[in-house]
Design a binder for this molecule. Structure first.
Ligand code: ZN
Length: 96
């Protein structure tokens, strides 16, 4: 018997590749300098002038960061983090 699985939308390989290669930093340019912040930060403070800069857009279209936010929400459920950790171990073993 096939396991039940309901999915009524397509997930492109591009999306998966983009998540796998998602950068760990976002580069922000201000005052002629470039500094790095977490890609999930909504605001960044310029280290030179202290100006608070909005670094995440909240456009109508979802961005990749929103996919991560959804996963983070999922992971805040009891037991989810443990499942994710076990899966990461399997993925790590497959890579080695
Ligand atoms: Zn600045």
């Amino acid at each position: 018997m096939e396991p039940t699985r309901k999915q009524e939308f397509e997930i492109s390989q591009d999306l998966i590749d983009s998540i796998e290669t998602f950068p760990l930093h976002r580069e922000v340019a201000h005052c002629g300098t470039v500094f790095q912040v977490s890609p999930f930060d909504i605001y960044a403070d310029c280290p030179r002038c202290g100006t608070r800069i909005k670094v995440r857009s909240f456009a109508a279209a979802s961005e990749l960061e929103d996919v991560f936010d959804a996963v983070f929400e999922w992971m805040s459920q009891p037991g989810a983090e443990e499942m994710a950790r076990r899966r990461q171990q399997v993925l790590q073993q497959d890579r080695d």
